[in-house]
Each structure stands twice: as structure tokens, then as C-alpha cells.
Design a protein around this ligand. Sequence first.
Ligand code: AMP
Ligand code: ZN
Length: 117
Amino acid sequence: MVQDPSCLFCKIVERKIPSTVVYETDDALAFRDIHPQAPVHIVIVPKKHIPTITDVTLPDLHLINALFVAGNRIVEEEQIRDKGFRLVMNCRRDGGQTVDHLHLHLLGGRQMHWPPG
Ligand code: AMP
Ligand code: ZN
């Protein structure tokens, strides 16, 4: 799979940078966030390099499915399915995106607040 050699999450997918992987399929990888914002904070990425939400094309939609399927599996394993959790996707500067490889944050294990900061 062609990746962006300068992309942090591509390097994690390719195991060039270590991470704590919690779930993996052919299409998606999930690993613990290095700066967790909640007792459970997992980053779920498509293995394919897609920079951000607005770069998702119709043929990529199965990859978005894969992120949510991963999330559903992980909340079972982390035992937060019934208590609840939050899924967040940040997009570009105002959205707070710091890594330009599409990713879904899975946060749980504490009460979340609204509106987010
Ligand atoms: P965002 O700010 O939405 O782009 O999210 C990027 C996330 O990646 C942040 O929550 C970071 O803490 C996390 N992160 C950055 N570097 C690493 C890493 N090497 N391993 C795991 N998570 C990371
Ligand atoms: Zn990437």
C-alpha cells in the first residue's frame, strides 16, 4: 500500500514508529493515544493515507465503515460500550487536527462534557 513517507500515522501503520496497537484489520489500525485525554483514548486510522475528512471519496467509504466497526469492537473490549463513550474526528486547523492522516478518536472511561473546547 502506497503511503506518505512523511506522515506520522503512516509510519505507525508500517510499524516504523512503535505504538500500542489494540485492534487491526486489513483496512484499519487502532492504537492508544500517546497523550490520552480520558482513561480510554484510542486513535483509529484507515491504513490508507487519507489526509482529512474532505478527502474521502466514494471508493473509500468502506474505510470509513471499517473505522466504526473497529470502534464497536474496541468499546466491547474496553468495557465502555454500555457506559458510553465519544467518537471525534477533527478536521484541519479550526477543527484541531494536528496529524494530517484521517483518524477517529475514541474517548471513554469518564464523563464527557458538552460543548467541547
Ligand atoms: P488530532 O489532534 O485530532 O490530529 O489527533 C492526533 C492525535 O495523535 C493526538 O491526540 C496525539 O496525542 C496523538 N498522537 C501523536 N503522536 C502519537 C504517537 N506517536 N502515538 C500515538 N498517538 C499519537
Ligand atoms: Zn498517513
